[in-house]
Structure formats: structure tokens, C-alpha cells
Design a protein around this ligand. Structure first.
Ligand SMILES: Cc1cc2nc3c(=O)[nH]c(=O)nc-3n(C[C@H](O)[C@H](O)[C@H](O)COP(=O)(O)OP(=O)(O)OC[C@H]3O[C@@H](n4cnc5c(N)ncnc54)[C@H](O)[C@@H]3O)c2cc1C
Length: 422
């Protein structure tokens, strides 16, 4: 029993409290779970763990589907490390504590004249969890959260607080996508945008119409994305409202955003398929029905062919799979382990139903998309091995060198991460 084997943590804790992720497909039982209220408490806990020889992992909202949170040691729940700590409208920068939920950033940034430059399908993640896995929204000219990281305070495996910034690009590019393996991020600075409104339009084009508008829509809209449905029950699995009485088979639920500066007294509107509001209110959302997701990224020029190959796999072989294909775009960046490293990207996301054997389908997808030079989302189901990662990421060695400098004894590794980036 951990309480007999180890000294007790320096802050309130619970022992052997089982943890599961949002999707219910990952679980662990940490020896100790703690919820530090400030950076000093995180530091005290990490030093305690190092003394006791216990591994440490952080957890944000637990929205990752991969085994990147699990630990039998100390789990640091970052929920209380929350709040905006500074804004700068001349440089378009915002600092927040490491556990701040994206949903808690919109209103205070707006009041300071700023907005996040982009957001994903939900805003429930913690900022450090989003950065750790290169979480993104859609927009060929908009990078992931990781690409916007400009500074961070990280508690490393030596039990020290380290500042990472643009003066040392080697370390920054490692920290931008590190899957929590450099240490605990207690505070981060992001490049953000002057505040903006969004006008959203939802349409339901056929697949032929979606194909015909491919290049134009990617170029014309700040955010362009669609969800292609193979069956009439597909849209409901992601809780998508669709036109009453019409079939969605081989059609897409399509979202288009343009940025605007609106007069809030006169121009804020909400109808069924058109909305206009502050950016953070349009992006905001969440999913209530759990699914188990795989998300692979292909070079943008291969996007259309890759989507059609996945459609073909679904309609000819895996016909029982009902979850639709979500398609988005992300701008290339420079982070060493970024799936968008040096390439503008088309994103393909699919899901399996919890409780079903979706593995043959997901394995076929992995094999299929390997031919399109795909790289997977770090937080969604994948089949990577160290060997494959080394081939995918030209700067892999540089990342591992920084990781070993920050954490030579592997305090922040678990079995999964040790096998991939240890
Ligand atoms: C419903 C749903 C919708 C999603 N939508 C999108 C989307 O639109 N776009 C997209 O790209 N992804 C999306 N994701 C994936 C999700 O954004 C990522 O998995 C993200 O990492 C989750 O953030 P989190 O706060 O839940 O992190 P967790 O899953 O809790 O942790 C992720 C990783 O970050 C590490 N970590 C957490 N906090 C810290 C810290 N303070 N310091 C160091 N490391 C830390 C953890 O140890 C872990 O390795 C979605 C997931 C779900 C379930």
C-alpha cells in the first residue's frame, strides 16, 4: 500500500483513487492524487516525488484517448492552477496558469481586448493539456495551440523551475509539443489576436459539391471544416443538428467562419444555421456522448485523396462503422514533435463506438493513411512505435536530447511515453 511504503505528500492528497479519462478507455490508480493551488505546491510535490522515487504525471481535463496521463505514482490534477495572469495588447500576448481551461480564457481575454487566435471543437481542455498534444482547430492559416506558445514556466525532473522562451528556440520547439515529458507547466504565454467576432454559416452540401468547392473554401474562410456522413444515423453520434426529413448519406455538415468586428447591439444573431457573436462564444462547445477517436494528419495536398480513400474503406469494408469523418486544416509549424511540423495539413478524424471492436477498422485506417505520410494526434488513438516516430519526425533526436536534459531520470515518463520518447 502506498501510504505504508512512502512518506506522505506535503499537500493534501488522496491515495489510490482510480482515474479514468473522458472517453472511458484509459485508467490508472495513482499512489497519490494531489490538486496543488499554486506553483510552489507543484514544486513541493515534484520534489517529494523525486525524493520518494515516485513517477509524476499531470492531468488537465482528461480528454486524451491515449495512455499519456497514466501513472502509478503521483498524479497532479491541475484544476486549481487557473486564471489569466497577464495580457499585452501591443504584442498580442496572454499569460495564464497551466491548468486554466480554455473555456475560462475567452471572457477575460475579451475584456482585455484579445481573443485566442483559434480553438478546437470543444473548449473543455486545460491549456497545458492542449499544448502538450498540439490541439488545434481548423484553418489553413491558423496553427495549433502549441504553435502559439512563446514562454512557459516548467518544473523539471531536477525539481527546479525553468523558464523557456524565444531566446532559446531549441528548447521552445521541444516544449511546444512535449506530451508532458519535460515536466509540469505551471504558467504559459501564448501569442493571441486582437479580439474579433465570428460569423458562422452551417450548410449541408452533397459530397460532389464539397469536392467541387475544396480549394476555394479552404482559401476563402478563416475556419472551414466538414463532417462527412456515410449513414443516416452518423450525424447524431456527434450530436449534429441536420435538416429535418432529409437524408445525410454522402453529404457533409459544413462549418464556415469569417472574422468580423460587429456592433454587438445590432449585429449579434443566432438562427438555426447562422450565428454571429464574440469568437469564444462561437467556438465554444462540448460533446456529451463519449466516443473513441483516431485522428491522422496528412499533407494538405494529399487531403482530398486521403478522405476519399477513407470513405472507400468505410463503404466497402467496414460498413458497420457509423461514426462520420471529420475533416479540418491546420497551418504548418516548427515544433519538433508537432504533427504539423513544416507542413500545412489536412486533418482526418474518425471514431469507434465505445464497447464495440473497432480495432480492425482503426488498424486498417492506420495502414491506409501511412501511404499518405500521416502523422497521428498525440492525444487520440494511434499505433505508433518509436521506430515509426523517428521516421516521421526529422527533429526527433533534438526533442529527446532536450527531454533528457530536463528529466534525465524519467520522473515524468510512464511506460507508454518511455517506449516512445524515453
Ligand atoms: C470531446 C473531445 C473533443 C476534442 N476536440 C479536439 C479538437 O478539436 N482538436 C484537437 O486537436 N484535439 C481535440 N481533442 C483532443 C484534446 O484536445 C487533447 O487530447 C488534449 O490534450 C486534452 O487536453 P486535457 O486538458 O484534457 O489534457 P489531458 O488529456 O488531461 O492531458 C494531455 C497530456 O497533457 C499533459 N499535461 C496536462 N497538463 C499538464 C501540465 N500542466 N504540464 C505538463 N503536462 C500536462 C498530460 O500529462 C498528458 O500527457 C478532443 C478530445 C475530446 C475528448
Amino acid at each position: 500500500m502506498p501510504t505504508k511504503l512512502y512518506a506522505t505528500p506535503p499537500i493534501p492528497y488522496v491515495t489510490e483513487k482510480p482515474w479514468t479519462n473522458w472517453g472511458g478507455n484509459q485508467a490508472c490508480t495513482p499512489a497519490f492524487t494531489v490538486r496543488p493551488k499554486n506553483e510552489q505546491e507543484v514544486l513541493d510535490v515534484v520534489r517529494f516525488a523525486i525524493r520518494e522515487g515516485l513517477p509524476v504525471r499531470a492531468v488537465g481535463a482528461g480528454h486524451s484517448f491515449t495512455p499519456i496521463v497514466q501513472t502509478g505514482g503521483v498524479l497532479i490534477d491541475t484544476e486549481l492552477l487557473t486564471g489569466v495572469t497577464g495580457t499585452d495588447t501591443t504584442k498580442n500576448r496572454a499569460r495564464v496558469l497551466g491548468g486554466t481551461r480554455i473555456s475560462d480564457m475567452g471572457a477575460p481575454l475579451w475584456d482585455a481586448g484579445l481573443s485566442l487566435s483559434n480553438q478546437g471543437d470543444i473548449d473543455k481542455q486545460s491549456i497545458s493539456g492542449a499544448i502538450a498534444t498540439a490541439t488545434h482547430g481548423s484553418g489553413i492559416n491558423l496553427g495549433s495551440f502549441s504553435s502559439r506558445l512563446r514562454w512557459a514556466r516548467i518544473i523539471n525532473g531536477h525539481g527546479e523551475v525553468v523558464e523557456v522562451d524565444e531566446n532559446d528556440l531549441n528548447t521552445l520547439r521541444a516544449a511546444q509539443v512535449a506530451i508532458g515529458t519535460l515536466g509540469i507547466m505551471t504558467e504559459v504565454e501564448l501569442e493571441v489576436s486582437p479580439r474579433y467576432h465570428i460569423k458562422e454559416e452551417i450548410t449541408f452540401p452533397t459530397w460532389d459539391e464539397t469536392k467541387a468547392g475544396w480549394d476555394q473554401n479552404i482559401a476563402d474562410y478563416r475556419h472551414y471544416s466538414f463532417i462527412w456522413c456515410q449513414a443516416d444515423d452518423s450525424a447524431a453520434l456527434y450530436e449534429l443538428p441536420t435538416p429535418a426529413g432529409e437524408s445525410m448519406v454522402n453529404r457533409t455538415y459544413t462549418k464556415k467562419y469569417v472574422a468580423a468586428n460587429l456592433d454587438e447591439a445590432g449585429e449579434i444573431v443566432t438562427t438555426e444555421n447562422r450565428r454571429a457573436d464574440r469568437a469564444y462564444k462561437i467556438y465554444a462547445g462540448g460533446y456529451m456522448i463519449p466516443f473513441h477517436e483516431l485522428e491522422y494528419y496528412v499533407p494538405a495536398e494529399k487531403g482530398l485523396a486521403a478522405v476519399e480513400a477513407v470513405q472507400n474503406l468505410l463503404t466497402t469494408k467496414h460498413t458497420a462503422e457509423r461514426y462520420p469523418i471529420e475533416v479540418r486544416w491546420v497551418q504548418g509549424d516548427d515544433a519538433y514533435l508537432s504533427p504539423f511540423y513544416k507542413r500545412d495539413t489536412t486533418v482526418l478524424s474518425v471514431s469507434g463506438a465505445p464497447g464495440t471492436d473497432y480495432w480492425p477498422y482503426l488498424r486498417d485506417l492506420d495502414a491506409l493513411l501511412e501511404d499518405f505520410d500521416a502523422r497521428p494526434h498525440w492525444g487520440k488513438i494511434h499505433f505508433l512505435t518509436r521506430d515509426r516516430i523517428e521516421k516521421m519526425y526529422p527533429e526527433y533526436d533534438k526533442f529527446v536530447a532536450v527531454r533528457r536534459e530536463f528529466d534525465p531520470d524519467g520522473v515524468f515518463l510512464n511506460d507508454n511515453l518511455r517506449s516512445l520518447v524515453g
